[in-house]
Write a protein that binds this ligand. Structure first.
Ligand code: HAM
Length: 403
């Protein structure tokens, strides 16, 4: 918990430094909120059940649909843009492995009601602010950026649009994980011709932005958008963290524009975080669309990376003082001493039973206390307590009033 709290504190700070406000939502949602037709993994990983009233419900596998539902419910009433963040616990029935659990915490940072690429750039700044705050550098990881519009333009020219487009993205996203023939079979099942499959594969292999420009032409919308994103991030001084990579598609159907994922440079771990623009999610929930962009950032992969680099600090306990009394007749006095120290803002662990001196020393050391405050018969009769500084071993008698 100390390590987790340290990590969460860094999440909070990066979001607050960028003017985001924290929100929360219920853990349990209607199953319907997650049933989308594009064949995403996430919809097959639901922890769902029927409640006592016969309602089909699910533990949230991600935060974005809950956020969309809430924004939709207050649409028109909330001043735009909405800049909100949260650190929800999420549940997915996944095969557990390094960096993947069936429950995880996921820092979510989203901006609603801002159409321009500036919002996406601001998210990337929030992300790198966090990375820097935990001691990670651009040598440790890379944020790979692409846009759904790249694929949209390519697939559009092949006549693949709408629902089919979302389904194709979900399959294409699995290209690195599944064998080529499986991917080809899945694409063919959607009715995509084999020449079109080769076109898709060659475009997804582009990892240099100028090659994309050459392939799509400089008047292509995705090229223009990504090129202004790359120039904006230079102003934040974070250009070195980003790389164009057309293979980043993301496994969720709702993305519509720029998408990104952070990966460790060594390529040993799964994606550290991921996000992108999703301007049409509310529409799919039956509301009026509102531009939105954001990211989700799990606690597990980043902790793996931080531990492997020795960047998780040894966080001391917050207890400053251990107070104990010699003998049960001084118990009341030790309570007075503890109360007084606590009222002055100290974190005090009061020894509640009769214990030997040796035990008390060991205990204080184990919990990382800095001082031992001993209530002893002779000293207390003069209104004093004995204080031992645990680092130096120095002892002194201090009157209760001066504590
Ligand atoms: P996602 O890529 O499914 O996106 O998840 C985002 C991040 O959550 C992953 O990169 C990873 O860090 C973490 N994560 C996901 N599943 C697990 C798991 N089983 N165990 C550990 N960590 C996990 C989304 O969920 C989008 N809703 C993000 C988003 C927010 N897009 C826009 N706004």
């Amino acid at each position: 918990m100390r390590a987790r709290n340290w990590l969460f504190e860094k999440f909070h700070s990066a979001a607050l430094a960028h003017g985001f406000e924290e929100y929360d939502s219920p853990v349990l949602e209607t199953e319907e909120l997650y049933t989308r037709k594009a064949g995403e993994e996430i919809t097959q990983q639901l922890y769902n059940f029927e409640d006592k009233g016969g309602r089909k419900v699910a533990l949230r596998p991600e935060m974005t649909p809950s956020l969309a539902r809430m924004v939709m419910a207050r649409s028109g009433a909330l001043p735009l843009p909405i800049k909100w963040y949260s650190i929800p616990q999420c549940w997915r029935y996944e095969r557990t492995q390094r960096g993947r659990g069936r429950e995880h915490y996921q820092w979510n940072v989203d901006i609603w009601g801002a159409e321009g690429i500036e919002a996406d750039a601001e998210l990337l700044s929030t992300l790198t602010h966090f990375f820097r705050s935990v001691g990670l550098t651009e040598d440790d990881l890379v944020i790979k950026v692409s846009s759904r519009k790249v694929l949209e333009e390519v697939l559009g020219s092949l006549g693949i649009e709408g629902e089919e487009f979302a389904k194709t993205c979900i399959i294409v996203d699995k290209m690195v994980k599944l064998p080529e023939d499986v991917i080809q079979a899945q694409l063919a099942e959607l009715g995509i011709a084999s020449e079109s499959i080769s076109t898709i594969q060659s475009v997804l292999g582009i990892s240099e932005f100028r090659d994309l420009e050459a392939a799509l032409g400089s008047d292509s919308e995705s090229v223009r958008e990504l090129s202004s994103l790359f120039s904006l991030v230079e102003s934040y001084g974070i250009g070195g963290w980003l790389e164009f990579d057309a293979s980043v598609v993301r496994g969720l159907a709702y993305y519509t524009g720029p998408v990104f994922e952070a990966h460790d440079r060594a390529g040993e771990l799964r994606a550290i975080c991921g996000g992108g623009r999703y301007d049409r999610l509310i529409g799919t929930l039956g509301g009026k669309d509102l531009p939105a962009t954001g990211f989700g950032f799990g606690d597990m992969v980043v902790m793996e990376l931080l531990s492997s680099k020795g960047l998780v600090p040894d966080i001391p306990s917050s207890v400053s003082d251990v107070v104990f009394s010699m003998g049960p007749e001084l118990r009341g006095a030790s309570m007075r001493v503890a109360s007084s120290l606590r009222s002055k803002g100290h974190s005090v662990d009061l020894v509640l039973e009769d214990k030997r001196m040796k035990w008390v020393f060991k205990h204080a050391e184990r919990i990382g206390a800095r001082r031992l405050v001993m209530v002893m018969p002779e000293e207390w009769s003069k209104g004093k307590v004995r204080i031992k500084e645990l680092d130096s071993g120095e002892e002194s008698d201090v009157s209760f009033d001066e504590l």
